[in-house]
Write a protein that binds this ligand. Structure first.
Ligand code: ADP
Ligand code: ADP
Ligand code: ZN
Ligand code: ZN
Length: 756
């Protein structure tokens, strides 16, 4: 007998009395254009209610100390099981968190080394870089130290007398600078780049016998001890309490520092005793540096009967990382450097290892960052979770993921107020025959672009060797749309966001990173239309414009105009609840009574961009309407003007950034996976937008896996052949038509399969 999660009358956000029966212990995929209501069902209704019900099971004492989840707007929600949300939120950013620590594989490695390494440094904490007994004393386990950047401090072409020292506090003419212009121990007219080893040593560290130098201070001329440039810099700006320096000085010093590998441990983070312990010639830091795939091979060679089982436990966990296409990572890789998709897949590894059953796992577009080649591995993973007796819910657009679902829920018919309905429920086969946007797109098959645009020029990347790139030189054509492709870890982001952007800093990078703004930011503030709205309200109501700002005297006092209250708990994700005083409307009662055309400022902020366009048409504000139309162009009209930007997905953040950048010509745009969060129908809109940018005289470079984008590009640069050290080369350059005939490219193989 099948059990179902049943929901009736769901009304969160745009949902219109949604009724649903979701089979338990099955894989259900939620599809639909962006803004149709998928997240409103899965995250805002199911996940929230599950967490709320779980909290209800605690005693009154505990419950009062937990965040209050409001009951989602729905008539009934039944048969829920505890939910685990595996999303793309970045994993804790601090530099002590690595792939090894977050997956707990590093602790298995520590046990392995403490019990079976020789000579053993002691118990397992002796191999922990987060524990004083294991950490490198110089860098305190960070593997990196900050030091003066002498390439920036000294100009080798100049002599000390004519200003070789570029660091302003030590420059010619300063009191400190006299030490270096007046020293009798150096030729102050010789370019410092021509100094002998010995002279340079004297400049930086002073003479052994301690040279004297005559300097002229307010007190008159006198002899002082020569102090080396490096010694002085370190004494004044590094080896002291930096908080005693002014912010201005700290900012200045910052510009003359570099972060580099720690010399004491060479980046290994551990102390000598820990690093001296070896198994088969390898120490634990060597193991952390290896790609997962190679580490598996090394651990499999351990055939000692006692160490074997521990090594096998590590191998089992490492194989799960490999199985989700992340075999090119190393255990030592800092989690803060992982992409959202990589992070999400790693979080999944943790859950795969657990023996929990009867849970509901919820995934948000897990295919992000995955090449079509690796999507089948992701599918295996989702199916394995299901087969352990869990309910798996996935929000996803990728046809290959939809295909393996037991059940599909298609939301629509369009976005925002035009969506919020279940337009189809059934199997993937039935969906392919259904008359919905998703169904129609699944049936459709487009060919490669017949007549790609001709490049008007080219911009080079020469000899790039960052990360895994192998001396890559490539010409990126200008005036066209270029897709950079390749399996995950092949080096696409490194080539584009690293090497290309470094050589061409005037490129406009539109990425998915957070918009560095406060919790008060909204589309209205971000697009700069809040100011015009305030003036409009002031003009029409005869009040002061300041009243209509949610960081002014007009703001609700309980929530300071945020509309929500944050509860940050050390052991849980932060939780937000609607402010009770203003019911989320952000303003004081008296401000809400002031209206324009019967709408208060809060009503306007509650409008979608689409409705706001109509509203503003009546008051004729062309500049504002133009900015709002940019939201339309990037497919975000379903957002409300006042929706906190913190609630936007990565893909939506990227598109709202793009909305502020549309008016340019002669610009090179760089976009990393712009189809993230986009339904197949939305991808058409995105491609039309990219075409318009190119036709307006711009160059567009996209890092993409979506085959529709690859087929539509004018030029394709394919990296590979594989990920990590097996990647980093250009496998193919040419038009999509030529790609079809390319050998040795996974992208070509999948394109051929897609065109069947
Ligand atoms: P999807 O997941 O299909 O992209 P969502 O469920 O995120 O769609 O959004 C459905 C509608 O609800 C959209 O119009 C969206 O702007 C709106 N919405 C989503 N989250 C919020 C929120 N926190 N506040 C206000 N509106 C929201
Ligand atoms: P792609 O964009 O094709 O998925 P990336 O450019 O992100 O590939 O990665 C290429 C290689 O560089 C991989 O081996 C990856 O682990 C490595 N890499 C990427 N970013 C970093 C980083 N910040 N630090 C160290 N290695 C990195
Ligand atoms: Zn160190
Ligand atoms: Zn309030």
């Amino acid at each position: 007998m099948h059990q179902y999660i049943t929901i009736t009358g769901a009304r969160e956000n745009n949902l219109k009395e949604v009724n649903l029966r979701i089979p338990k212990d099955r894989l259900t995929v939620f599809t639909g254009v962006s803004g149709s209501g998928k997240s409103s069902v899965v995250f805002d209704t199911i996940a929230v209610e599950s967490q709320r019900q779980l909290n209800e099971t605690f005693t009154w004492f505990v419950r009062n100390r937990l965040p209050k989840y409001e009951r989602p707007h729905a008539d009934t929600i039944e048969e829920l099981s505890p939910a685990i949300v595996v999303d793309q939120r970045p994993i804790g950013g601090h530099s002590r968190s690595t792939v090894g620590t977050m997956t707990d594989i590093y602790s298995v490695m520590r046990v392995l080394f403490s019990r079976h390494g020789t000579p053993s440094a002691g118990p397992a904490t002796a191999y922990s870089f987060n524990d004083p007994s294991g950490m490198c004393p110089r860098c305190h386990g960070l593997g990196k130290t900050v030091r003066p950047d002498y390439d920036r401090i000294l100009d080798p072409a100049k002599s000390l007398a004519d200003g070789a020292i570029l660091f302003p506090p030590f420059a010619v003419g300063t009191w400190q600078g006299q030490t270096y212009t007046n020293t009798p121990d150096l030729d102050t007219h010789k370019p410092v780049g021509q100094f002998t080893e010995e002279e340079r040593e004297f400049l930086m560290r002073g003479g052994k016998s301690g040279g004297k130098v005559n300097v002229d201070n307010t007190g008159g001329a006198r002899d002082i001890d020569y102090e080396g440039l490096a010694d002085r810099f370190e004494r004044l700006y590094l080896n002291r309490d930096l908080s005693a320096l002014s912010q201005k000085t700290r900012d200045l010093v910052q510009r003359f520092l570099v972060e580099g590998e720690c010399d004491a441990c060479d980046g290994a983070r551990l102390n000598e005793a820990a690093l001296a312990t070896r198994i088969d010639g390898l120490n634990i830091a060597d193991c952390s540096r290896m790609e997962v795939t190679d580490l598996i091979a090394a651990l499999e060679r351990i055939d000692d009967p006692v160490a074997g089982p521990i090594a096998a436990a590590a191998v089992a966990a490492l194989e799960r990382i490999e199985a989700i296409g992340l075999g090119y990572l190393s255990l030592g890789r800092e989690t803060s450097t992982l992409s959202g998709g990589e992070g999400q897949r790693l979080k999944t590894v943790r859950h795969l290892g657990s023996s929990l059953t009867g849970m509901t796992y919820i995934f948000d577009e897990p295919s992000v960052g995955l090449h079509p080649r690796d999507v089948s591995r992701l599918n295996d993973l989702l199916l394995r979770l299901r087969d352990k007796g869990n309910t798996v819910l996935v929000v996803e657009h990728d046809p290959d993921v939809i295909a393996v679902a037991d059940h599909v829920v298609d939301m629509g018919p369009t976005a925002g107020t035009g969506g919020g309905l279940v337009v189809f429920e059934g199997t993937p086969d039935e969906l392919r025959r259904a008359d919905t946007l998703t169904g129609r797109h699944l049936r459709r098959s487009t060919g490669v672009k017949e007549s790609p645009r001709e490049a008007i020029g080219g911009r080079w990347v020469k000899g790039a060797d960052l990360h895994n790139l192998k001396d890559v030189s490539v010409r990126v054509p200008t005036g066209v749309l270029t897709a950079v492709t390749g399996v995950a870890g092949s080096g696409k982001s490194t080539l584009v966001s690293g090497a290309f952007v470094a050589e061409h800093p005037n490129a406009v990078v539109v990425d998915q990173s957070g918009i560095g703004v406060s919790g008060r930011s909204t589309p209205a503030t971000y697009l700069g239309i809040m100011d015009s709205l305030r003036k409009l309200f002031a003009r029409e109501t005869g009040q002061d414009a300041g009243l209509f700002s949610f960081n002014s005297s007009g703001a609700c006092e309980s929530c300071q105009g945020r509309g929500i209250i944050y509860s940050d708990l050390a052991f849980m994700d932060p939780v937000t609840t609607t402010c009770e005083a203003c019911e989320g409307r952000r303003f004081k009662e008296e401000v809400l009574r002031l209206t324009v055309g019967s709408s208060s400022i809060a009503d306007v902020l509650d409008m979608t961009a689409e409705r706001a366009l109509d509203f503003l048409a009546t008051v004729d504000d062309t500049a504002v309407r133009r900015r709002l139309r940019a939201l339309h162009d990037v497919g975000l009209t379903y957002l409300t003007l006042g929706q906190p930007l913190s609630t936007l997905s990565g893909g939506e953040r990227q598109r709202i950034k793009l909305a502020t950048q549309l008016h340019r010509t002669g610009t090179t745009y760089v976009l990393d996976e712009p189809t993230t969060g986009l339904h197949m129908a939305d991808v058409d809109g995105l491609l039309a937008l990219l075409d318009r940018l190119v036709d307006a005289g711009n160059t567009v470079i996209v890092v993409e896996h979506n085959l529709e984008v690859v087929k539509h590009a004018d030029w394709v640069i394919d990296l590979g052949p594989d990920g990590g050290k097996h990647g980093g080369r250009i496998v193919f350059e040419g038009t999509p038509g030529q790609l079809l005939d390319a050998d040795g490219s996974f992208t070509a193989a999948h394109l051929r399969r897609d065109l069947g």
